[in-house]
Design a protein around this ligand. Sequence first.
Ligand SMILES: *[C@@H]1O[C@H](CO)[C@@H](O)[C@H](O)[C@H]1NC(C)=O
Ligand SMILES: *[C@@H]1O[C@H](CO)[C@@H](O)[C@H](O)[C@H]1NC(C)=O
Ligand SMILES: *[C@@H]1O[C@H](CO)[C@@H](O)[C@H](O)[C@H]1NC(C)=O
Length: 406
Amino acid sequence: MAGKVTFCAFVLVLLSTLAAAISPSARSSTVARRAALENGLGRTPQMGWNSWNHFHRNINEEIIRQIADAMVDTGLAKLGYEYINIDDYGAAYDRDSQLSKWQHNHICRGNLAANASTFPSGVTALADYVHGKGLKLGIYSDAGTRTCGKLMPGSLGYEDQDVKTFASWGIDYLKYDNCNNQGISPQPRYDAMSKALLNSGRNIFFSLCEWGVDDPATWAGGVGNSWRTTGDIKDTWASMTAIADKNDKWASYAGPGGWNDPDMLEVGNGGMTTEEYRSHFSLWALMKAPLLIGCDIHSMSNETKEILSNRNVIAVNQDGLGVQGHKVQQDGEQEVWACPLTGGRFAVVLWNRGSAQASITASWWSIGLNASTVVDAHDLGQMRLYQPCKENWRKQWILMLARCMC
Ligand SMILES: *[C@@H]1O[C@H](CO)[C@@H](O)[C@H](O)[C@H]1NC(C)=O
Ligand SMILES: *[C@@H]1O[C@H](CO)[C@@H](O)[C@H](O)[C@H]1NC(C)=O
Ligand SMILES: *[C@@H]1O[C@H](CO)[C@@H](O)[C@H](O)[C@H]1NC(C)=O
């Protein structure tokens, strides 16, 4: 037991090997690759912000501008967060009265328009503002007749027309929801939007949000840059961890150009403890999930900022190898999640999901290292070298962990 160290219930560790000594089990995690959407976007998981988790329907252009300001002023933009995404409730209830010049199948229909009371300056002006900050603007629509909130038109049957509108506004990202879908299966509805985006003349990131109902990981690689694998996240530990488990099943389908999306971050919204949010952020980073902040970064706490700004954890998410971390070991409530990184490195999460003190033994084999490999280990959550346990780490097979009172 010499060298036994006490840890928090959740820890994200970086292992650096001198040589890349990757076992067959690590390589197998990259096998099930698929065709990627050919728009050159999403080579690493997208990073940014979305209005939904914090503001829900209460959004307006002033809030979006404030968020864009805060993204730059807090230093988050420098760390890679770039998309400012407006979710549901941004548009007016009806299409405008103009007959579209882009119509083909439909007659007598107008274009999507911004809600004139909440976005009085219009979307083009907002896009200019966001672009002026070096950021990108995202928007939301729905592969159905109306969006989920039912106060905006959907884009089903209007794909080409609406994408032309988005492109004319200077939009960079589309989140495409699944409500009021008329019982039509997802694939043709999302395919139609994907084609419209590719033909739009503007490079627009395509984020599918069909909630995982039709196993999008198996078909969405050539359709979009990310696809939701689950229903909506709630700001609770139970919801966040259940979603992580569901997303894990599809790990082998993720890669540069197309990512599994277990929904946006709740870090900073108040429903979990700081430790739980740190775990949430680390897990999302390891799973190569989109890092879309869901709190009000204009008034976030220092703790929230510190979690979202952890460069080492972000680097795991944005690593060029693009392999989604997954659960490699489970022993009751003690789990090990891991992924290989570039440069012969590995990210490992040691996760005691139980409430009692426990030891976690991570086998080198399941992480993807061979038995004789010697590593250096860093705790990325605390941003410090793992000095106290270095001895222990060098006994290659066994890592002794226990829950601490932190
Ligand atoms: C604009 O948004 C407000 C606030 O959500 C809403 O009450 C109003 O009905 C919307 N206007 C239109 C034209 O959709
Ligand atoms: C947050 O950190 C800043 C300095 O980085 C400090 O001035 C401020 O007092 C802190 N706020 C709180 C609530 O701790
Ligand atoms: C294990 O890794 C070491 C060095 O990292 C290497 O010399 C050795 O050949 C590897 N063994 C196997 C079985 O791959």
